[in-house]
Design a protein around this ligand. Structure first.
Ligand code: SAH
Length: 350
């Protein structure tokens, strides 16, 4: 669907011409659904690269973390591996291989909205079972759940302070382009009183979809047992301002330029995610920087071992490791949130 974005832009233009500006949440949700539906955006030939595509060490260490939790929980038999937005299936394949070495071979369930990516996942993990969302995942038996760069693709809602009060941020079509504007409906009631006193132009971003997903994961962990790792580019203290950005061919582009043709993401608010999880009574193991987490799981030793086994790849292996844990790379900006059922053990690395 090379021209899919053009079609979506036409749909948005028609909607806006007839009914007025659409919400940013609508714009981002439809744009990403269209973006992911028809193509594989990952890797060096695509629009962005993710941690599992950088090195097999990422998925292997995640698999070891899950296997460790499972062993210390008493090796329940009916456990499942569940992944949200598995991309090319690389993380799952690497994690399942590592789990197998610990005697763990769970059934695999993928939550994936994109038909194009499902085809690629089928080739990587043929035994998987697919779901459109979390609602029809099995309701019995513990789950070992992972989501890497899943929450950041879910649409956000933005409220902006104007001289007339708080308004929802909308998208209009003016002079041949999409532009963000303040809506005309008062939204003051949607803003907590503690942050009501903001200067004009202040902006609050929330992600109702992320809160819903995290809440549902937590609810299931409490009732079914298990543990979860949610990994994303994000922040762990409340902040204001827009974090919306668009990537195309590894370059930042205007999020309003080509709806459906660039990857739209927002930083994940891990403090809000942690609250959504805790509200369900789950154990929030913590939210830590990815570099800290992978170091605690022994990525340096693993890299040395891989390098010793394949000296011709040693520098590439160490470069990949630094990309995953380096401060200016993925080590600090990416966070890992750990959750576990109340009667499951505490996780390594938190
Ligand atoms: N986890 C992978 C891919 C990250 S890209 C990796 O780390 O490489 C985001 C993934 O989430 C893609 O697989 C995309 O198709 C999927 N996705 C995004 N929004 C979704 C939604 N609302 N429902 C289901 N899957 C979604």
């Amino acid at each position: 669907m090379e021209h899919g974005g053009e079609q979506l832009a036409a749909v948005f233009q028609r909607l806006i011409a007839r009914y007025g500006p659409i919400t940013l949440q609508h714009y981002m949700g439809e744009s990403n659904a269209r973006y992911y539906a028809g193509k594989d955006p990952l890797g060096s030939a695509g629009d962005f690269i993710t941690a599992p595509e950088v090195s097999q060490m990422f998925g292997e260490l995640i698999g070891l973390w899950l296997a460790d939790m499972w062993m210390r929980a008493g090796r329940p038999e009916d456990v499942r591996y569940v992944e949200l937005g598995p991309g090319r299936g690389t993380l799952a394949r690497d994690a399942l291989r590592a789990m197998k070495r610990s005697g763990l071979a769970p059934a695999v369930h993928f939550v994936e909205g994109s038909a194009a990516l499902r085809r690629i996942q089928l080739a990587a993990v043929p035994q998987a079972e697919w779901h459109h969302d979390l609602s029809d995942l099995p309701t019995d038996g513990p789950m070992l759940l992972v989501g890497n760069e899943f929450l950041d693709a879910l649409p956000v809602r933005q409220l902006v302070k104007t001289p007339e009060g708080w308004r929802e941020r909308m998208v209009d079509f003016q002079e041949g382009r999409f532009v963000p504007v303040a809506g005309d409906k008062p939204m003051d009631a949607a803003v907590p009183e503690t942050i009501n006193e903001q200067a004009d132009g202040a902006l609050i971003e929330t992600c109702p979809g992320a809160a819903a997903v995290v809440g549902e994961v937590a609810r299931r962990l409490v009732s079914q047992g298990g543990a979860a790792l949610l990994i994303d580019y994000g922040y762990d203290r409340p902040q204001t301002g827009s974090t919306l950005q668009a990537l195309k061919a590894h370059t930042k582009v205007d999020p309003f330029a080509l709806p459906g043709e660039a990857d739209l993401t927002c930083l994940v608010d891990f403090s809000a995610a942690g609250e959504a999880a805790s509200a369900q009574g789950v154990r929030h193991l913590g939210t830590v920087a990815q570099g800290h987490f992978l170091r605690a799981l022994g990525i340096e030793m693993r890299a040395d071992k891989l390098a010793a086994a394949a000296p011709e790849h040693a520098s590439a292996i160490h470069a990949a490791m630094h990309r995953l844990i380096g401060k200016k790379q993925m080590g600090t900006l990416f966070k890992v949130m750990g959750l576990a059922a109340p009667d499951w053990p505490h996780g390594a690395g938190f």
